[in-house]
Design a protein around this ligand. Sequence first.
Ligand code: FMN
Length: 302
Amino acid sequence: MFIGTCLSSLKLKNPFVLSSGILGISKNFFQQLSPYVGALTTKSIGKRERKGNPNPVVATLNNYGLINCMGLPNPGINYFTQVIREVKSVIDTPLIVSVFGFNMQEYVEVACKAEEAGADAVELNLSCPHTEGVYEFSQNSKLAYETVKNVKSVLKIPVFAKLSPNVTDITEIGLACEKAGADALTAINTIKSMQINVWLKKPVFKNLYGGLSGPAIHPIAVRCIYDLYEKVSIPLIGVGGVTDWLSAVELVLAGASALGVGTAVYLKGVNIFKNLTEGVKKYMETEGFKSFKEMVGYAHKK
Ligand SMILES: Cc1cc2nc3c(=O)[nH]c(=O)nc-3n(C[C@H](O)[C@H](O)[C@H](O)COP(=O)(O)O)c2cc1C
């Protein structure tokens, strides 16, 4: 059974997308994964090199998730354009370059350079909860609107906007991005959170806050995708705790046209993509779905 899907003009052989920040920017990892995923997303790239936050930057929470406060370490777009070219030469799967900025002009500049280097789409990371100056873009619908609009006005490739669940109403920000011309919405980024070391009696991260990901956030992602599907018409990439076929199907029935997989790659290894694809195919056969598209948003049917 064919479970291909579309995100604007991108054609995906299956709905599973490697989420941003999970396997960094390694050409070898991307090449190895390419046959098994529908698309690959890079680590978020900014205008300049950033070292990120001081260690520790990850806390593990048994099997229910991770908190990370990496702080967007990356080599900067000028170096990264070469990596995009190298990765593109060894994969036959769409490459989504994740982009961030500390002001609108930086988003535009980085996105343009990513397009020139061969990105198939850009994902605007408006929503990193542990990087001051970036997080704000997901908190204010006017700022999100202006950012997407500015990037859209200069790019030919599709532009996706990655939203934060840490808002009163995610649909308000989603609608603003759609109005600005976004070709798809990615939801959700990690959830602003904190851990305290009870022996040291102080926060684990020097940065105080991190972003919670993994199985713990899955029901929140389902709610966000369900609500967005009710309000917007552009495709949705559902991200948050996709760990097995069941959690994947839930997000599709809620309205996701594609699924980002992040923390589960750490928990289960890169073979997860093969298992997810097989599991979803089996579910579709058992439940009588003729196409993947038919399943998208099915839970909204009265
Ligand atoms: C270690 C780590 C690094 C991440 N880095 C980024 C990043 O650079 N840009 C971004 O948009 N999201 C980043 N994320 C968020 C993921 O792409 C994803 O939205 C989130 O983890 C929820 O999905 P999951 O539950 O499948 O992990 C990162 C997540 C983790 C765990």
